[in-house]
Design a protein around this ligand. Structure first.
Ligand SMILES: [Fe+2]
Length: 259
């Protein structure tokens, strides 16, 4: 039964995401990137779930949440040609509205639907709010880790293999300037995730993404990030200034201590 519900939602997701095409190569590339990211997030979350004690129903809700967590990105890309969230247009609200208007979660009862929406709502915030529905907490943590691990895989590869400006959407349209603010530096040496709102340049975006290691929830997540060398790959694309070397050292030691 559970597998069937998942397969039905997956089949809606395939039909919907395959129906979107753009003549703009960068937009088309990013549509495919987001589609693959959705599948990879499901895979990674399933891997991490072995460490968490979750029931069969929670497993279903978790896999659905991972599959559709970024579904609003497609409309954001097609209609607004960006990955940048604003108060006005953001991929969270777009995604939840789409799932509601298309009745995608109709086979789930209201409590389960609400857990999926709660996970979507909070998958990308800097820190999980204390007010989160407690039934959603473990799944939200699994989703956040899986999402961030796959995002680190995508961006670490992109930053090392392409020169800046190649995929402006993936760079959140930020300028490639050398400045790194004191706020960003302080967050990292204090072992905190760099706040989204403090990200004003491409280098700060990279540091923000690296600082996700301070908010991973499962031992396996640290293990994957360490084995895949994501921090090092990203560090190698940053300017070698003393403050950058300091921040990298701090994050590296933190990560090693979690293993
Ligand atoms: Fe994501």
């Amino acid at each position: 039964m559970n597998q069937e519900i998942y397969e039905n939602i997956r089949s809606w997701f395939d039909t919907y995401s395959n129906s979107l095409t753009s003549e703009n190569d960068e937009i088309q590339f990013n549509i495919e990137l987001k589609r693959n990211h959705s599948f990879n997030t499901v895979e990674l979350l399933s891997d991490l779930m072995q460490e968490a004690s979750v029931s069969e129903t929670e497993t279903l809700i978790a896999r659905i949440s991972a599959l559709v967590h970024d579904v609003g990105r497609f409309e954001q890309l097609m209609n607004y040609e960006t990955f940048s969230d604003t108060d006005h247009v953001n991929h969270i609200d777009l995604g939840i509205s789409l799932l509601q208007s298309e009745n995608v979660l109709s086979e789930l009862d209201d409590d389960k639907k609400e857990i999926v929406f709660e996970c979507i709502r909070y998958h990308g915030v800097d820190v999980l709010p204390k007010s989160i529905n407690e039934n959603a907490l473990t799944i939200a943590k699994l989703l956040r880790d899986a999402d961030r691990i796959d995002a680190l895989n995508i961006v670490s590869k992109y930053y090392s293999e392409y020169k800046s400006g190649t995929n402006k959407r993936l760079e959140m349209e930020l300028a490639d300037q050398p400045e790194i603010s004191k706020k960003v530096y302080k967050a990292i040496v204090d072992e905190k995730v760099v706040s989204n709102k403090d990200v004003l340049t491409l280098n700060e975006l990279k540091l923000h993404q690296m600082s996700w290691i301070y908010d991973l929830n499962f031992k396996k997540s640290f293990k994957i990030v360490s084995e895949k060398n994501y921090l090092k790959k990203m560090y190698e694309t940053l300017p070698k200034k003393d403050e950058v070397i300091d921040m990298y050292r701090q994050m590296k030691i933190f990560l090693e201590n979690q293993l």
